[in-house]
Design a protein around this ligand. Structure first.
Ligand SMILES: Nc1ncnc2c1ncn2[C@@H]1O[C@H](COP(=O)(O)OP(=O)(O)OP(=O)(O)O)[C@@H](O)[C@H]1O
Ligand SMILES: [Mg+2]
Length: 359
């Protein structure tokens, strides 16, 4: 998806914003606290209806109270279909519109896929399985139309079984939900595996270019022992689940295992390598989404140069330039590899005011 125009009002320190981005690379320079991350946040909110900084819509409100506004015009690269997306917060709730009609965050998600590489993404390697599952599921959501209905079916059956476990219901009542849980669960697992298999070659190729040679493994533990059918596992674990008050097996317990040279990646690679690994994962996934749907996600990279010396910066920049989708990257100054002549739109942010170098 390509963003043709972006507007915002009173979003954090950005009082008013209007820009026409480049179809591929956009570079945003600015000092600390200038508003770079806020600008990426506006783009992210436009595609997801929420922020990667975890803050609530009230906190995005700038000094010109009440409310804030975010608007974008996007173009489907294959069909040239144009759509407008808008969010408005007027002090109580956020109103979302797609092509002028009332819409939901899910409509935004479907219309404008956006992904971000920012310092918080290190959680994907450093913290629990939920971060790696959500990485994988975001990709499956975009390539597999049946993912969301299946996931809802699964959550519903899981909730019902868990309630019965906690209420001390008898075996027959609990078992009644297991065929549904197992069927939806195994299909979810199959979709995740298919997506991981689809992106793995590009992830490995990306790592070789971005980090160098090494032995890497990406495997999905489904959330139960694969040698047994999920339905059988659920029946066997019923007594233990009753004791714990929740279902212990199933795709809600899945884990994407990342191993470098036979060890868990998080214990083995440097901070800069972690950033490059996450970049390889995101680029491979976004490329796959583009290949399958014809709509490459907009990729945001905050603090592009942070944690990276020049060879890594050069490799990452080359990978971004090879990505067919639109990208936005931020940095403090036009130095290092960003000092080169780039086929890009360049913007500067100062105290929340964004200007284009071409102006
Ligand atoms: N709701 C708000 N209203 C007004 N200003 C805000 C609001 N929320 C945050 N700010 C201010 O916006 C400023 C810019 O934040 P932002 O994170 O976008 O800067 P940045 O350019 O990414 O800086 P850095 O390079 O240090 O990451 C901060 O000084 C912050 O205090
Ligand atoms: Mg920032």
């Amino acid at each position: 998806m390509r963003l043709l125009q972006l507007k915002a009002e009173n979003f954090r320190l950005i009082r008013t914003l209007s820009l026409h981005p480049h179809g591929r690379l956009n570079v945003i320079f600015g000092a600390n606290a200038a508003g770079k991350t806020s600008l990426l946040e506006i783009l992210y909110v436009l595609g997801r209806g929420r922020s990667f900084r975890g803050a609530s819509p009230q906190e995005w409100e700038g000094p010109d109270r009440p409310g804030w506004l975010v608007f974008g015009r996007v173009e489907h690269p294959l069909s040239a279909l144009r759509q407008s997306l808008g969010l408005r917060f007027a002090g109580e709730q956020t109103e979302i519109r797609v092509d002028g009609r009332a819409a939901t965050s899910l409509d935004l998600l479907r219309t404008l896929p956006v992904q971000i590489l920012e310092p918080g993404m290190h959680k994907m390697l450093q913290e629990g399985p939920v971060y790696r599952r959500s990485f994988l599921d975001w990709g499956v959501f975009h390539v597999e139309p049946q993912f969301l209905p299946l996931w809802r079916r699964y959550r519903r059956a899981l909730r019902q079984r868990n309630q019965l476990l906690r209420a001390g219901a008898d075996d027959r009542q609990i078992a009644a939900w297991e065929p549904e849980l197992a069927e939806a669960g195994e299909q979810l697992d199959a979709q995740r595996c298919a997506h991981l298999d689809a992106i793995r070659p590009a992830v490995l190729a990306g790592i070789e270019v971005l980090i160098g040679e090494g032995e890497w493994h990406f495997d999905l533990y489904p959330g139960w022992t694969r040698t047994m059918a999920l339905r059988e596992v659920l029946a066997r674990q019923r007594t233990a689940d009753r004791r714990l008050g929740s279902t212990q097996a199933g795709p809600h317990r899945a884990e994407l295992r990342i191993r470098a040279g036979g060890h868990r990646a998080k214990n083995r690679i440097s901070r800069g390598q972690q950033k490059m690994l996450i970049a390889a994962l995101l680029l491979a996934q976004c490329t796959e989404i583009g290949r399958r749907t014809g709509r490459h996600p907009v990729l945001l990279i905050d603090d592009f140069t942070a944690e990276l010396a020049e060879p890594y910066q050069a490799a990452l920049l080359a990978a971004i330039q090879a990505y067919p989708g639109q990208t936005f990257i931020t940095a403090f100054t036009r130095s290092g590899v960003l000092a080169r002549e780039l086929d890009a739109a360049v913007f500067h942010v100062e105290h929340g005011v964004v200007t284009s170098s071409a102006d």
